[in-house]
Design a binder for this molecule. Structure first.
Ligand code: GLN
Length: 260
């Protein structure tokens, strides 16, 4: 009997592994096949937080930060590139263990997923073509054409503007390019990303106006009740305490972080 049980469980194990490899069994769960690997989703068109480097590898503040946090927990990270609006469904479906993607902690999202402690202070800004003089606030965008990235807090803010014609794009750079091309009057997007696009010269002829529209905090997203939440928060606290966080901030933003 014991033999039979062993044989049966060995058979089941290899059958399940086969399904996992074939990608047919979502219950295998993100990094579930290997307890030392976290499978982490990201939408890699949000520099300097995440983007695709010259050798096709993922680079950015979030990428380095996630690896450093995982290291503190004795884990390695395997990144999965996903559309931004596919990250929360992937967390809910169990095909990834976590997501890091400049994702703002919001009450709405917290109904379906969990967030780590905040790791970055951000906020929304309005970008317009250089020389624009009639836009300094969200109200000034009434009746105007606004480009946004799908599924973002920027898209939500734009949706609240009366009579605005909002067009949605898969990534922030595409929305900003639409502005540079003169096809829309404004972009509502995370300030650090828009400012980075301007500073690097990637998107010419645009500028940021007015004040930040919101104060937002980015968090690492996890499935609800994830067993990894505590390890992620402990890792975050550890990299803040030992100077790793400051070094990464300096590397990607060129300045020391403001006191948080
Ligand atoms: N911070 C914004 C949000 O969470 C945008 C994130 C992104 O586009 N990667 O909606």
């Amino acid at each position: 009997m014991i033999m039979l049980n062993l044989t049966r469980s060995a058979f089941l194990r290899s059958a399940l592994l086969g399904l996992c490899t074939a990608g047919l069994l979502t219950a295998c769960g993100g990094g579930g096949q290997d307890d030392n690997v976290w499978s982490v989703g990201t939408e890699p068109a949000f520099p300097p937080f995440e983007s695709v480097g010259e050798g096709d590898e993922l680079v950015g503040f979030d990428i380095d930060l996630m690896r450093a946090v995982a290291e503190k927990a004795g884990k390695t990270v395997e990144f999965q590139s996903l559309p931004f609006d596919g990250l929360i469904p992937a967390l809910q479906g169990g095909s990834i263990d976590a997501a890091i993607s400049g994702m703002t902690i919001t009450e709405e999202r917290e109904k379906t997923i969990d967030f780590s402690d905040p790791y970055f202070d951000a906020g929304l800004a309005i970008a317009v073509a250089e020389g624009t003089t009639d836009v300094t606030s969200l109200d000034d965008l009434e009746g105007k054409r606004i480009a946004v990235q799908i599924g973002t807090t920027g898209a939500e803010a734009a949706a609240s503007v009366a009579d605005a014609k909002v067009s949605t794009f898969d990534s922030a750079p595409l929305a900003l390019q639409e502005l540079a091309n003169g096809n829309v009057d404004a972009v509502v997007n995370d300030a650090p990303v828009t400012l980075y696009a301007i500073a690097t010269g990637n998107i010419p002829g645009i500028t940021v106006v007015g004040e930040l529209l919101t104060e937002e905090n980015y968090g690492i997203a996890l499935p609800q009740n994830s067993e990894n939440l505590e390890a992620v928060n402990t890792g975050l606290a550890a990299i803040k305490a030992d100077g790793t966080y400051d070094a990464l901030y300096e590397k990607w933003f060129g300045t020391a972080p403001l006191a948080q």
